[in-house]
Design a protein around this ligand. Structure first.
Ligand code: EAX
Length: 324
Protein backbone atom coordinates (compact mmCIF):
# COMPACT_ATOMS: atom_id res chain seq x y z
CA UNK A 1 0.00 0.00 0.00
CA UNK A 2 1.43 3.43 -0.85
CA UNK A 3 2.42 5.35 2.23
CA UNK A 4 -0.11 8.11 1.76
CA UNK A 5 -2.97 5.66 1.45
CA UNK A 6 -1.84 3.78 4.55
CA UNK A 7 -1.79 7.01 6.51
CA UNK A 8 -5.23 7.92 5.26
CA UNK A 9 -6.61 4.49 6.20
CA UNK A 10 -5.13 4.75 9.68
CA UNK A 11 -6.47 8.23 10.18
CA UNK A 12 -9.90 7.16 9.03
CA UNK A 13 -10.01 4.10 11.27
CA UNK A 14 -9.03 6.26 14.25
CA UNK A 15 -11.88 8.58 13.44
CA UNK A 16 -14.36 5.76 13.04
CA UNK A 17 -13.32 3.52 15.93
CA UNK A 18 -14.41 5.69 18.87
CA UNK A 19 -17.73 6.33 17.15
CA UNK A 20 -18.33 2.61 16.70
CA UNK A 21 -17.44 1.96 20.31
CA UNK A 22 -19.90 4.51 21.61
CA UNK A 23 -22.58 3.17 19.26
CA UNK A 24 -25.89 2.93 21.02
CA UNK A 25 -27.46 -0.29 22.17
CA UNK A 26 -31.09 -1.07 21.65
CA UNK A 27 -33.37 -2.64 24.25
CA UNK A 28 -36.89 -3.75 23.38
CA UNK A 29 -39.96 -4.05 25.59
CA UNK A 30 -43.49 -4.72 24.38
CA UNK A 31 -45.38 -2.49 26.78
CA UNK A 32 -45.66 1.28 27.25
CA UNK A 33 -43.88 3.61 29.70
CA UNK A 34 -45.26 3.20 33.20
CA UNK A 35 -45.25 -0.58 32.72
CA UNK A 36 -43.07 -2.85 34.79
CA UNK A 37 -40.85 -3.91 31.88
CA UNK A 38 -40.17 -0.25 31.09
CA UNK A 39 -39.22 0.48 34.68
CA UNK A 40 -36.50 -2.15 34.45
CA UNK A 41 -35.41 -0.88 31.05
CA UNK A 42 -35.27 2.79 32.00
CA UNK A 43 -33.36 2.20 35.20
CA UNK A 44 -30.94 -0.16 33.43
CA UNK A 45 -30.23 2.46 30.76
CA UNK A 46 -29.65 5.08 33.44
CA UNK A 47 -27.33 2.88 35.51
CA UNK A 48 -25.35 1.72 32.49
CA UNK A 49 -24.84 5.27 31.24
CA UNK A 50 -23.76 6.38 34.70
CA UNK A 51 -21.33 3.54 35.35
CA UNK A 52 -19.82 3.62 31.86
CA UNK A 53 -19.54 7.42 32.06
CA UNK A 54 -21.72 7.81 29.03
CA UNK A 55 -19.90 5.25 26.89
CA UNK A 56 -22.73 2.67 26.83
CA UNK A 57 -25.98 4.25 25.73
CA UNK A 58 -29.23 2.34 25.56
CA UNK A 59 -32.17 3.32 23.41
CA UNK A 60 -35.43 1.77 24.59
CA UNK A 61 -37.96 0.69 21.97
CA UNK A 62 -41.38 0.31 23.58
CA UNK A 63 -45.13 0.44 22.94
CA UNK A 64 -44.93 -1.79 19.89
CA UNK A 65 -41.96 0.01 18.27
CA UNK A 66 -40.11 -3.29 18.52
CA UNK A 67 -43.26 -5.41 18.15
CA UNK A 68 -45.03 -7.40 20.84
CA UNK A 69 -43.15 -9.33 23.51
CA UNK A 70 -42.75 -12.47 21.38
CA UNK A 71 -41.33 -10.33 18.58
CA UNK A 72 -38.98 -8.54 20.97
CA UNK A 73 -37.65 -11.92 22.08
CA UNK A 74 -37.11 -12.89 18.45
CA UNK A 75 -35.37 -9.61 17.63
CA UNK A 76 -32.95 -10.13 20.50
CA UNK A 77 -32.19 -13.56 19.08
CA UNK A 78 -31.65 -12.40 15.50
CA UNK A 79 -29.49 -9.52 16.71
CA UNK A 80 -31.76 -6.70 15.54
CA UNK A 81 -31.46 -5.51 19.12
CA UNK A 82 -28.99 -6.48 21.80
CA UNK A 83 -31.32 -6.50 24.79
CA UNK A 84 -34.91 -7.11 25.80
CA UNK A 85 -37.13 -7.33 28.87
CA UNK A 86 -40.04 -9.69 28.25
CA UNK A 87 -42.60 -11.64 30.21
CA UNK A 88 -41.08 -15.08 30.70
CA UNK A 89 -44.12 -16.90 29.33
CA UNK A 90 -43.41 -15.85 25.73
CA UNK A 91 -40.30 -18.05 25.86
CA UNK A 92 -42.00 -21.23 27.03
CA UNK A 93 -42.34 -22.76 23.56
CA UNK A 94 -38.59 -22.57 22.86
CA UNK A 95 -37.31 -23.09 26.40
CA UNK A 96 -39.16 -25.83 28.32
CA UNK A 97 -37.36 -24.76 31.52
CA UNK A 98 -39.49 -21.61 31.54
CA UNK A 99 -42.63 -23.74 31.92
CA UNK A 100 -41.59 -24.57 35.49
CA UNK A 101 -41.56 -20.87 36.28
CA UNK A 102 -45.15 -20.58 35.08
CA UNK A 103 -46.39 -23.65 36.89
CA UNK A 104 -49.67 -22.67 38.60
CA UNK A 105 -49.79 -22.17 42.37
CA UNK A 106 -46.11 -23.03 42.70
CA UNK A 107 -45.22 -19.94 44.72
CA UNK A 108 -47.35 -18.93 47.69
CA UNK A 109 -45.75 -15.50 48.11
CA UNK A 110 -42.88 -13.26 47.02
CA UNK A 111 -40.48 -14.66 49.63
CA UNK A 112 -40.80 -18.04 47.98
CA UNK A 113 -40.28 -16.49 44.57
CA UNK A 114 -37.04 -14.87 45.69
CA UNK A 115 -35.83 -18.02 47.39
CA UNK A 116 -36.09 -19.92 44.12
CA UNK A 117 -35.34 -17.34 41.44
CA UNK A 118 -32.58 -15.48 43.25
CA UNK A 119 -31.05 -18.79 44.26
CA UNK A 120 -29.30 -21.51 42.31
CA UNK A 121 -32.38 -22.94 40.48
CA UNK A 122 -33.30 -19.52 39.12
CA UNK A 123 -29.74 -18.97 37.99
CA UNK A 124 -29.73 -22.34 36.24
CA UNK A 125 -32.88 -21.45 34.36
CA UNK A 126 -31.23 -18.24 33.13
CA UNK A 127 -28.16 -20.23 32.09
CA UNK A 128 -30.29 -22.76 30.19
CA UNK A 129 -31.33 -19.97 27.82
CA UNK A 130 -27.81 -20.01 26.36
CA UNK A 131 -28.89 -23.10 24.44
CA UNK A 132 -31.38 -20.90 22.56
CA UNK A 133 -28.84 -18.10 21.94
CA UNK A 134 -29.79 -15.87 24.87
CA UNK A 135 -27.84 -14.52 27.78
CA UNK A 136 -30.37 -14.58 30.64
CA UNK A 137 -29.38 -11.61 32.79
CA UNK A 138 -31.96 -11.19 35.55
CA UNK A 139 -35.58 -11.49 36.62
CA UNK A 140 -37.87 -8.51 36.84
CA UNK A 141 -41.53 -9.16 37.44
CA UNK A 142 -45.10 -8.55 36.45
CA UNK A 143 -46.18 -10.15 39.72
CA UNK A 144 -48.94 -12.61 40.51
CA UNK A 145 -51.64 -12.89 37.85
CA UNK A 146 -55.33 -12.49 38.69
CA UNK A 147 -58.51 -13.15 36.73
CA UNK A 148 -60.88 -10.46 35.46
CA UNK A 149 -64.04 -10.72 33.37
CA UNK A 150 -67.20 -8.81 32.62
CA UNK A 151 -69.77 -11.61 32.78
CA UNK A 152 -70.02 -12.70 36.41
CA UNK A 153 -68.18 -12.83 39.72
CA UNK A 154 -65.75 -15.76 39.75
CA UNK A 155 -65.40 -17.33 43.16
CA UNK A 156 -64.72 -21.01 42.48
CA UNK A 157 -63.22 -22.72 39.45
CA UNK A 158 -66.71 -23.83 38.40
CA UNK A 159 -67.51 -20.17 37.65
CA UNK A 160 -64.85 -20.22 34.93
CA UNK A 161 -66.69 -22.81 32.85
CA UNK A 162 -66.96 -21.72 29.23
CA UNK A 163 -65.48 -18.27 29.88
CA UNK A 164 -63.87 -16.92 26.73
CA UNK A 165 -60.54 -15.75 28.04
CA UNK A 166 -57.60 -13.99 26.48
CA UNK A 167 -54.31 -15.60 27.51
CA UNK A 168 -50.71 -14.88 26.58
CA UNK A 169 -48.96 -16.45 23.61
CA UNK A 170 -47.84 -19.17 25.96
CA UNK A 171 -48.39 -22.88 25.69
CA UNK A 172 -48.64 -23.20 29.46
CA UNK A 173 -51.31 -20.50 29.75
CA UNK A 174 -53.44 -22.12 27.07
CA UNK A 175 -53.11 -25.56 28.64
CA UNK A 176 -53.84 -24.25 32.13
CA UNK A 177 -57.01 -22.39 31.22
CA UNK A 178 -58.33 -25.27 29.13
CA UNK A 179 -57.86 -27.49 32.17
CA UNK A 180 -59.70 -25.01 34.36
CA UNK A 181 -62.68 -25.10 32.01
CA UNK A 182 -62.28 -21.77 30.20
CA UNK A 183 -62.14 -21.23 26.46
CA UNK A 184 -58.70 -19.61 26.05
CA UNK A 185 -57.67 -17.45 23.13
CA UNK A 186 -53.94 -16.75 22.78
CA UNK A 187 -53.40 -13.16 21.72
CA UNK A 188 -50.46 -10.75 22.01
CA UNK A 189 -50.59 -7.70 24.25
CA UNK A 190 -52.12 -5.08 24.32
CA UNK A 191 -55.63 -6.51 24.50
CA UNK A 192 -57.89 -3.50 24.93
CA UNK A 193 -59.42 -3.84 21.44
CA UNK A 194 -60.05 -7.52 21.92
CA UNK A 195 -61.90 -6.84 25.17
CA UNK A 196 -63.72 -3.78 23.83
CA UNK A 197 -65.03 -5.72 20.83
CA UNK A 198 -66.23 -8.47 23.13
CA UNK A 199 -64.17 -11.12 21.35
CA UNK A 200 -63.33 -12.38 24.82
CA UNK A 201 -65.07 -11.78 28.16
CA UNK A 202 -62.05 -12.04 30.39
CA UNK A 203 -58.29 -11.89 30.77
CA UNK A 204 -55.72 -12.50 33.48
CA UNK A 205 -52.89 -10.21 34.50
CA UNK A 206 -51.28 -8.61 37.56
CA UNK A 207 -52.83 -5.51 39.10
CA UNK A 208 -50.50 -2.97 37.50
CA UNK A 209 -51.49 -4.15 34.02
CA UNK A 210 -55.18 -3.68 34.79
CA UNK A 211 -54.45 -0.20 36.11
CA UNK A 212 -51.87 1.06 33.57
CA UNK A 213 -53.88 -0.23 30.59
CA UNK A 214 -57.21 0.78 32.19
CA UNK A 215 -58.63 -2.69 31.75
CA UNK A 216 -60.95 -1.84 34.65
CA UNK A 217 -62.97 0.18 32.12
CA UNK A 218 -63.54 -3.00 30.14
CA UNK A 219 -63.79 -5.53 32.96
CA UNK A 220 -66.15 -5.49 35.92
CA UNK A 221 -65.09 -8.44 38.06
CA UNK A 222 -61.68 -9.09 39.56
CA UNK A 223 -60.82 -12.30 41.44
CA UNK A 224 -57.50 -12.38 43.28
CA UNK A 225 -56.62 -15.87 42.10
CA UNK A 226 -52.83 -15.34 42.08
CA UNK A 227 -52.75 -18.46 39.92
CA UNK A 228 -49.36 -17.87 38.31
CA UNK A 229 -46.29 -15.85 39.18
CA UNK A 230 -45.33 -13.87 36.11
CA UNK A 231 -41.64 -13.02 35.86
CA UNK A 232 -39.84 -10.93 33.29
CA UNK A 233 -36.67 -12.29 31.85
CA UNK A 234 -34.08 -9.66 31.06
CA UNK A 235 -32.30 -10.95 28.00
CA UNK A 236 -29.30 -10.20 25.85
CA UNK A 237 -28.22 -11.65 22.54
CA UNK A 238 -25.62 -14.20 23.64
CA UNK A 239 -23.24 -13.75 20.70
CA UNK A 240 -23.20 -10.00 21.31
CA UNK A 241 -22.75 -10.41 25.06
CA UNK A 242 -19.92 -12.92 24.65
CA UNK A 243 -17.99 -10.49 22.46
CA UNK A 244 -18.10 -7.68 25.02
CA UNK A 245 -14.93 -7.02 27.01
CA UNK A 246 -15.24 -8.86 30.36
CA UNK A 247 -15.52 -5.59 32.27
CA UNK A 248 -18.49 -4.55 30.16
CA UNK A 249 -20.13 -7.95 30.59
CA UNK A 250 -19.93 -7.45 34.34
CA UNK A 251 -21.28 -3.93 34.01
CA UNK A 252 -24.25 -5.00 31.89
CA UNK A 253 -25.04 -7.89 34.26
CA UNK A 254 -24.75 -5.80 37.40
CA UNK A 255 -26.77 -2.87 36.07
CA UNK A 256 -29.55 -5.18 34.90
CA UNK A 257 -29.54 -7.03 38.19
CA UNK A 258 -29.86 -3.80 40.14
CA UNK A 259 -32.58 -2.44 37.84
CA UNK A 260 -34.60 -5.66 38.15
CA UNK A 261 -34.15 -5.85 41.92
CA UNK A 262 -35.39 -2.30 42.34
CA UNK A 263 -38.35 -2.92 40.04
CA UNK A 264 -39.43 -6.05 41.92
CA UNK A 265 -39.41 -4.13 45.20
CA UNK A 266 -41.37 -1.29 43.65
CA UNK A 267 -43.94 -3.67 42.18
CA UNK A 268 -44.55 -5.33 45.52
CA UNK A 269 -44.85 -2.15 47.52
CA UNK A 270 -47.37 -0.75 45.03
CA UNK A 271 -49.90 -3.57 44.99
CA UNK A 272 -52.06 -2.59 47.98
CA UNK A 273 -52.57 0.89 46.57
CA UNK A 274 -53.34 -0.49 43.10
CA UNK A 275 -56.03 -2.73 44.54
CA UNK A 276 -57.59 0.23 46.36
CA UNK A 277 -57.53 2.25 43.13
CA UNK A 278 -59.22 -0.52 41.16
CA UNK A 279 -61.94 -0.83 43.80
CA UNK A 280 -62.43 2.93 43.83
CA UNK A 281 -62.70 2.82 40.04
CA UNK A 282 -65.68 0.48 40.44
CA UNK A 283 -64.28 -3.01 39.98
CA UNK A 284 -66.06 -5.65 41.99
CA UNK A 285 -63.29 -7.55 43.73
CA UNK A 286 -63.32 -11.04 45.23
CA UNK A 287 -60.28 -10.87 47.47
CA UNK A 288 -60.61 -14.44 48.67
CA UNK A 289 -61.72 -16.65 45.83
CA UNK A 290 -61.75 -20.41 46.44
CA UNK A 291 -58.16 -20.93 45.29
CA UNK A 292 -58.21 -24.52 46.48
CA UNK A 293 -60.80 -25.35 43.83
CA UNK A 294 -58.48 -23.87 41.17
CA UNK A 295 -55.46 -25.70 42.56
CA UNK A 296 -57.25 -29.04 42.54
CA UNK A 297 -57.91 -28.77 38.80
CA UNK A 298 -54.64 -27.10 37.89
CA UNK A 299 -52.54 -29.89 39.41
CA UNK A 300 -53.19 -32.10 36.38
CA UNK A 301 -51.06 -29.75 34.30
CA UNK A 302 -48.05 -31.63 35.63
CA UNK A 303 -49.08 -34.67 33.57
CA UNK A 304 -49.40 -32.69 30.34
CA UNK A 305 -46.78 -33.30 27.64
CA UNK A 306 -45.61 -29.71 28.17
CA UNK A 307 -44.40 -30.55 31.65
CA UNK A 308 -43.03 -33.94 30.63
CA UNK A 309 -40.28 -32.32 28.55
CA UNK A 310 -37.03 -33.08 30.42
CA UNK A 311 -36.06 -29.42 30.90
CA UNK A 312 -39.47 -28.56 32.32
CA UNK A 313 -39.63 -31.54 34.64
CA UNK A 314 -36.12 -31.15 36.04
CA UNK A 315 -36.54 -27.41 36.57
CA UNK A 316 -39.84 -27.86 38.40
CA UNK A 317 -38.23 -30.50 40.62
CA UNK A 318 -35.33 -28.16 41.39
CA UNK A 319 -37.73 -25.33 42.22
CA UNK A 320 -39.71 -27.54 44.59
CA UNK A 321 -36.55 -28.78 46.24
CA UNK A 322 -35.52 -25.18 46.93
CA UNK A 323 -38.97 -24.46 48.38
CA UNK A 324 -38.73 -27.27 50.96
O1 EAX B 1 -46.64 -7.60 30.90
O2 EAX B 1 -49.33 -10.27 27.68
C1 EAX B 1 -49.51 -10.16 28.91
O3 EAX B 1 -50.56 -10.46 29.44
C2 EAX B 1 -48.40 -9.60 29.74
O4 EAX B 1 -48.60 -9.85 31.09
C3 EAX B 1 -48.33 -8.14 29.38
O5 EAX B 1 -47.42 -8.00 28.34
C4 EAX B 1 -47.88 -7.25 30.46
Amino acid sequence: MPRRLLFLTLALSLLIAPAAQAAGLTLGVGTKPGSSQNMVAERFAQLLAEHSKGRLKVEILHSGAAGNESQVARHVLDGQMQLGVVTAAVLDAVAPEVRALEFPFLFANYDQVDKVLQGRPGQMLLESLAREGYKGLAYGENGFRHLTNNLRPVHTVADVAGLKLRVMNSEMAQALWSLLGADPLAHPFPINDLLAKGEVSGQENPLWVIRVYELNKLQKYLSLTAHVYSAHICLANLAWFDKLPPADQTLVSQCMDQAATEQRARNRSGEASLLAQLKAAGMQVDEHPDRASFMAKAAALEQSPLMQAPGAKATLAAFREALK
